[in-house]
Design a protein around this ligand. Structure first.
Ligand SMILES: NC(=O)c1ccc[n+]([C@@H]2O[C@H](COP(=O)([O-])OP(=O)(O)OC[C@H]3O[C@@H](n4cnc5c(N)ncnc54)[C@H](O)[C@@H]3O)[C@@H](O)[C@H]2O)c1
Length: 330
């Protein structure tokens, strides 16, 4: 297959390498011209995984039209709030029927749309697959085993995605529940911020388990309200990625929570991360979406109020702990 990977950050460079290792012809597009030049020259960059270098078979470019023209598969790995603009800029050269695989996890600010909805909006003639599940780029780069999920309403699109990227150590299950997979992948990042905060305050493992469980309930409530199957949230894109992101030290969203507990400001945290932490924007968008759909998302709301409304993390935790307890499945 002829594959374009859009996004030369940690996950984009590693996915480009996975695609190249399957024998495809791979072009990797990087938004920042200087970073693209650095990637092309050194086969690594400040944003890629430490110690990882791109295989020679991956052609790096900052020319979007060149990367996308004539490709069978376009893999999106840019920050979720730039997916629309990136696709819109490439729309003219994306042929009808092209498989668009989205590995970005988040919700569009403003419209509150999932990534699958954004893609369908911009390139309606494409076939859309979401790629999600527990997958730290660093571990995939090291060749360690992982299981992911490809979600599409079109089973043949899922099959093509599996044929494009799947392998013995990169196991891709399939799902037809695009909404469930989208909401799981987006909201687990918000829960990781909450868990990082709780761990940073030293609240212990019981509190961590409670937050993750109630977080999963929250993710399920929103997803089901949007038409998802509840069991999808117990799968790789829900429970699986939630466990990884909340507990794995490689998680940037968890690092955001730990930094909040240390009293750092959002500006300081973003400046020191150097990579996108999708949970920051998703918290605000998911809180707004929950209002729109009249769904109760207390943890998401607490994270959003700390990040975007100036509430202290301590005050948010106190508020969460003083909520009425009730029927668990309510
Ligand atoms: N890192 C992981 O392990 C991992 C795993 C699974 C999914 N993801 C998801 O993949 C996506 C990308 O994550 P990452 O870790 O590669 O991030 P990153 O911060 O390492 O890289 C982000 C990339 O986006 C580019 N970019 C910045 N502004 C842009 C713009 N305006 N338009 C287009 N591109 C722009 C950057 O140049 C960079 O190449 C996120 O949605 C993330 O949640 C990451």
């Amino acid at each position: 297959m002829r594959v374009a990977v859009l996004g030369g950050g940690a996950w984009g460079t590693v996915l480009a390498s996975v695609a190249a290792s399957r024998g495809h012809e791979v072009a990797l597009w990087e938004f920042h011209t200087k970073a693209a030049e650095e990637l092309a020259r050194t086969r690594t960059s400040a944003r890629s995984v430490p110690g990882f270098s791109l295989p020679p078979a991956v052609a790096v470019t900052s020319d979007l039209a060149r990367a996308v023209t004539g490709r069978d598969v376009v893999i999106l790995v840019v920050p979720s709030d730039t997916v629309r603009a990136t696709l819109a800029a490439a729309r003219q050269v994306i042929a009808a029927g092209t498989l668009v695989i989205c590995a970005s996890k988040g919700l569009e600010p403003g419209s509150h749309l999932t990534m699958a909805q954004v893609i369908a909006d911009v390139v309606p003639a494409s076939r859309v697959v979401l790629l999600s599940g527990p997958s730290f780029a660093q571990e995939i780069a090291a060749g360690l085993p992982a299981a992911l999920v490809a979600a599409s309403a079109d089973p043949r699109a899922n099959e093509t995605a599996v044929a494009c990227l799947g392998g013995e150590r990169f196991r891709i299950y399939t799902s037809d529940d695009v909404t469930g997979v989208a909401i799981g992948g987006a909201l687990k990042n918000v829960m990781a911020i909450a868990v990082g905060c709780s761990d940073g305050f030293g609240f212990g493992l019981n509190a961590r388990a409670a937050l993750m469980t109630r977080g999963l309930a929250e993710m399920g409530r929103l997803a089901v309200r949007m038409g998802a199957h509840p069991l999808t949230l117990a799968g790789l894109a829900g429970f699986g990625d939630l466990v990884l992101t909340c507990t794995g030290e490689l998680s940037r969203n968890r690092q955001v929570g730990l930094a909040l507990a240390r009293g750092e400001t959002l500006e300081q945290i973003v400046a020191s991360l150097g990579h996108v932490a999708e949970g920051i924007g998703t918290a605000r968008t998911a809180a707004a979406l929950a209002d729109e759909l009249n769904v109760d998302l207390p943890i998401t709301r607490a994270v959003s109020s700390v990040l975007h409304e100036g509430k202290t993390a301590r005050a948010a935790v106190t508020e969460l702990l003083s909520r009425d307890v009730g029927e668990e499945r309510g």
